[in-house]
Design a protein. Structure first.
Length: 121
């Protein structure tokens, strides 16, 4: 049985999100620790899907799993277009991009610690 929402730590939520993304074949998954940097959440996760259809599917399944496992209703923006979907689970902010859109916005660079590089595939 999963922990109720009140007992869910941001770390447990992050672990479930990362598993969900890996299960759905998300690519180039990057996690960024936001604790002490901003009040928007504890973690940010950025990943890519190969197509608009995959981006939408990854996002839908993630929202369903977070609701089922933690009882949390996530706020979702951009799912209709399938280029960039933002999912706010409360403690973890998730961005799912098509690769070209991710490359254009490069939001990792805004949040990564200075001197950190992301791996390119």
């Amino acid at each position: 049985m999963t922990a109720p929402a009140a007992d869910a730590t941001s770390e447990a939520l992050l672990a479930r999100i990362l598993t969900s993304l890996e299960d759905d074949k998300a690519e180039d998954i990057v996690q960024i620790d936001l604790r002490g940097k901003t009040s928007i959440g504890d973690y940010m996760v950025i990943c890519s899907g190969r197509s608009s259809r995959q981006v939408a599917a990854i996002s839908e399944k993630l929202v369903e799993r977070v609701k089922h496992d933690f009882g949390r209703v996530s706020k979702v923006e951009g799912k209709e277009a399938g280029d960039w979907v933002l999912i706010d689970t409360g403690d973890v902010i998730v961005h799912v991009f098509r690769p070209e859109v991710r490359e254009f916005y490069q939001i990792e660079k805004m949040w990564m610690p200075a001197g950190t590089t992301t791996s390119e595939s």
